[in-house]
Design a protein around this ligand. Structure first.
Ligand SMILES: Nc1ncnc2c1ncn2[C@@H]1O[C@H](COP(=O)(O)OP(=O)(O)O)[C@@H](O)[C@H]1O
Ligand SMILES: [Mg+2]
Length: 259
C-alpha cells in the first residue's frame, strides 16, 4: 500500500443497530487505519460480534454509514437522504473483507481443498488451476498440506479452524475479521491456531479486527485495543497501556474478571 494513503480501511460514522427494542449500537464512530491490528474487548453482549457482522453484511445497520477503504458499503447519502446501496455494489466491497467465526462454518460435505477454492473460483472468477495452487500454498502456511483431500468432519477443531483461516485468506482480503476464533477449541489446540494467526500478522499487511479473550495474543498482535461497553467505545489505547493501566473502572473490572 502507498505510505501516504491515509484513507481508513474501515470507518463507522454514526452507526446505529437495534434488534427490536434492544439498542445494540448507538451512533458509533470509529475508524481503523490500513494495516492496523485492532482488538475489540468488552463484556458479552456489548456489540463486538454485531460490529463484525455489519462488516460482512450479515446484519444491516439502522442508521449511519460504514466505509471500507473510502467507499460507502451498504448505505450512502443521496440528496440528503440515507439510501441502501444495491446488492451488486455491496458485493464488490464485501469481497475485500474476510471473516473467521468461532464455529468454523466450513462446508461439511466438501474436502479441505474444495472449501478453500470454492469462493475464489465462483466469486472472484479465478481459473481452477490457479485457485488450487494458491490453496495449496495456504494449506502449507497453516500447516495442513497433508489434509488437502480430507473431509472437514474428519479434522480436529483446531485443524478445521486453520482451514477456515486459509479459506478466508484465499479471497485475498484487505480486511480480516476474527471473532473469538479459539473460543470453541479444546485448550491444547488453541496454541496452533494462534501461531498461525501470529504468522499471518507478521507476514502480511492485512488490516485485522480481532475479538478475543486471549489477552497475551492480543497484546502481541494488535497495536490498538478498543474497550466496548453497552455498544460504545469507553476506552481505547495501545495494548501495553490498556492491559497494565486501564483508566476506566469498567475496563479494570472486565480485565480483572478475565485475566
Ligand atoms: N440476531 C440477533 N437478534 C436479536 N438480538 C441480537 C442478535 N444478534 C445480537 N443480538 C443482541 O445484540 C447484543 C450484542 O450482541 P453481540 O454483538 O453478539 O455482543 P458480543 O459479541 O459483544 O457478545 C446482545 O444483546 C444480543 O443479544
Ligand atoms: Mg460475540
Amino acid at each position: 500500500m502507498p505510505e501516504n494513503d491515509i484513507t481508513p480501511a474501515i470507518q463507522f460514522q454514526g452507526v446505529g443497530k437495534r434488534f427490536g427494542d434492544n439498542v445494540v449500537l448507538d451512533g458509533l464512530d470509529f475508524s481503523v487505519a490500513k494495516g492496523d491490528r485492532v482488538t475489540l474487548i468488552g463484556p458479552s453482549g456489548s456489540g463486538k460480534t454485531t460490529i463484525l457482522r455489519l462488516l460482512m453484511t450479515l446484519e444491516e445497520a439502522n442508521d449511519g454509514l460504514i466505509y471500507v477503504d473510502g467507499d460507502c458499503y451498504t448505505h450512502e447519502m443521496r440528496d440528503g437522504k440515507r439510501v441502501a446501496i444495491p446488492e451488486k455494489r455491496r458485493s464488490l466491497v464485501r469481497r475485500r473483507v474476510g471473516m473467521v467465526f468461532q464455529q468454523f462454518n466450513l462446508f461439511p460435505n466438501m474436502t479441505v481443498l474444495e472449501n478453500i477454492i470454492e469462493a475464489p473460483i465462483h466469486v472472484l472468477g479465478k481459473p481452477k488451476a490457479e485457485a488450487i495452487a494458491s490453496a495449496e500454498a495456504l494449506l502449507d502456511k497453516v500447516g495442513l498440506a497433508d489434509k488437502r483431500d480430507a473431509r472437514t468432519m474428519q479434522l480436529s477443531g483446531g485443524q478445521q479452524q486453520r482451514v477456515a483461516i486459509a479459506r478466508a485468506l484465499a479471497m485475498e482480503p484487505e480486511i480480516l475479521l476474527l471473532d473469538e476464533v479459539t473460543s470453541a477449541l479444546d485448550p491444547e489446540l488453541v496454541a496452533d491456531v494462534l501461531g498461525v494467526l501470529r504468522n499471518i500478522a507478521e507476514t502480511t499487511d492485512i488490516t485485522m479486527l480481532i475479538v478475543t479473550h486471549e489477552m497475551q495474543f492480543a497484546r502481541e498482535v494488535s497495536n490498538r485495543v478498543l474497550m466496548f461497553d453497552g455498544g460504545k467505545i469507553i476506552e481505547e489505547a495501545d495494548p501495553d497501556t490498556i492491559f497494565t493501566s486501564p483508566k476506566h473502572e469498567r475496563t479494570q473490572e472486565f480485565l480483572r474478571a478475565i485475566l
